[in-house]
Design a protein around this ligand. Structure first.
Ligand code: FAD
Ligand code: UDP
Length: 399
């Protein structure tokens, strides 16, 4: 048996070393073990491979791509397994880096919120105000003074409630934010950091795009294909369906890059860090179009899900049927969102201090650094981590 033709799992079961076939000494056959094949792990694998490092990349899921993973379902429609992922960034560096691995389909994301029988643009804009209140606000100044008349000043803006109420007042807050946030996070907005709802701005214009970033586009052949292109390098060995804990006895590499949950790595020494999890109900319908926008949000507390996504809007695919997913938030299950609030940040800081004592492990990504990051921020963080690694290697050589 040569290593090339057995998977890592088979090697482990057979008690064989996980060495690269051309390396006589089985320990430290790779320069890096990278845990997690999402954007954080994949970008670092690609960068390190390119400068000649040998990388062993594992993911406990049966695929690469992390939360951005997309695939064709049984109907032949491209869907995002873990909910809608829309690429947007203001970073030219991130966009041009990713452009090495994909071409793009221009795409501007739009979201509607279901309020009673109405479907209204979210973020709140002039159309939202006119639709909800039966007004005729015809310019930005009129909308601004209407919002000013509704806004309720808050002296210290700390929570996700403060940030919205201070801009648009109690009624709009309750209509669009209170119920959605309680469902999404299992917490009242007053218990969440202001940064959460501050992600969704308020507008006086009629611009109904969800994001205003300079670059907004979807990978032309999907995220998974982007990852396949990124990881297609002879120095990268990929093993999916493999939890890094199964590798702990193997001396695979002197250094580890870890993009899983940081508290898991340290076996919850200070107690578990809270994450919010999700469940998706995927459906394919015998109709060409289901809803008038890619995503419809359901802020009402009477509806159990938070939003419905119709994937063909994101991908541009033409198909006689359509695939949608309902999104339900829950406490237990795979970690999807770090929960931004002061006590969680304090707990994370304790893990971060432990992490600093481990020169052999680098923590990255949304779960590794417990940050509510978008994809582009994770790519940016991975690129800057690589620069630091590369510089310190260059300094060691020079010394
Ligand atoms: P992940 O993609 O989570 O990858 C971490 C990987 O580590 C996972 O694949 C996991 O299986 C693996 N792993 C964990 N533990 C282990 C272990 N013990 N052993 C082996 N492997 C392990 N961002 C945007 O920019 N635009 C969007 O529209 C957008 N929409 C989103 C919608 C949803 C529902 C969610 C949840 C997130 C969204 N994001 C969006 C954020 C985006 O998903 C993240 O920023 C990005 O995917 C994080 O990449 P990552 O590599 O840090 O983490
Ligand atoms: N939010 C809300 N109502 C909405 C949209 C967003 O209350 O219609 C709040 C909610 O707390 C959500 C947060 O704003 O978690 C950030 O929204 P975003 O769309 O950025 O969430 P994500 O796509 O990361 O799930």
């Amino acid at each position: 048996l040569v290593d090339d033709v057995v998977t890592a799992r088979q090697s482990l079961e057979l008690g064989l070393p996980l060495s690269a076939p051309h390396v006589a000494q089985p320990s430290h056959s790779y320069d890096y073990l990278i845990v997690g094949a999402g954007f954080a792990g994949a970008v670092l694998a690609e960068r390190l491979a390119t400068i000649g490092k040998r990388v062993f990349l594992c993911d406990r899921r049966p695929h690469i791509g992390g939360n951005t993973y997309d695939c064709f379902n049984e109907a032949g429609i491209l869907v995002h397994k873990y909910g809608p992922h829309i690429f947007h960034t203001n970073s030219e560096a991130v966009f041009s880096y990713l452009s090495r691995f994909t071409s793009w389909r221009p795409y501007e994301h739009r979201v509607l919120a279901k309020v009673g029988d109405m479907l209204l643009p979210i973020p709140i804009n002039r159309t939202t105000l006119n639709g909800l209140y039966g007004l005729e606000l015809t310019d930005e100044a009129m909308a601004a003074s209407f919002l000013a008349s509704k806004a309720e000043p808050v002296e210290h803006i700390r929570s996700s409630r403060d940030v919205v109420v201070s801009q648009v007042g109690e009624h709009l807050y309750r209509t669009f934010f209170e119920g959605y946030t309680r469902k999404q996070w299992g917490l009242d907005p007053s218990e969440l950091d202001k940064s959460v709802t501050a992600r969704v701005p308020t507008r006086t214009s009629t611009d109904d795009r969800y994001f205003l970033d300079i670059y907004q586009a979807m990978p032309a052949d999907g995220f998974t294909r982007l990852f396949e292109n990124m990881l297609d390098h002879p120095n990268i060995r990929i093993e999916t369906s493999l939890d890094y804990r199964e590798l702990l006895k193997e001396r695979i590499a002197p250094r580890t890059i870890f993009s899983g949950p940081i508290d898991h790595f340290f076996e919850h020494r200070f107690g578990p860090l809270p994450y919010r999890s999700l469940e998706f109900r995927h459906e394919t319908l015998d109709t060409e179009v289901f809803q008038p926008a890619a995503v419809v949000n359901y802020p009402s507390p009477d509806v159990p899900f938070t939003r419905i996504t119709e994937y063909k809007y994101l991908t541009g695919q033409v198909h006689p049927r359509t695939s949608i997913s309902y999104e339900y938030a829950k406490a237990d299950g795979d970690p999807y969102y770090p929960i931004p609030r002061p006590e969680n940040q304090a707990l994370y800081k304790k893990y971060e201090a432990l992490a600093r004592q481990r020169a052999d492990v680098i923590f990255v990504g949304r779960l590794g650094t417990y940050e509510y990051y978008n994809m582009d921020q994770v790519v940016g963080q991975a690129l800057s981590t690589f620069r630091k690694l590369n510089n310190s290697a260059a300094n060691e050589k020079a010394a």
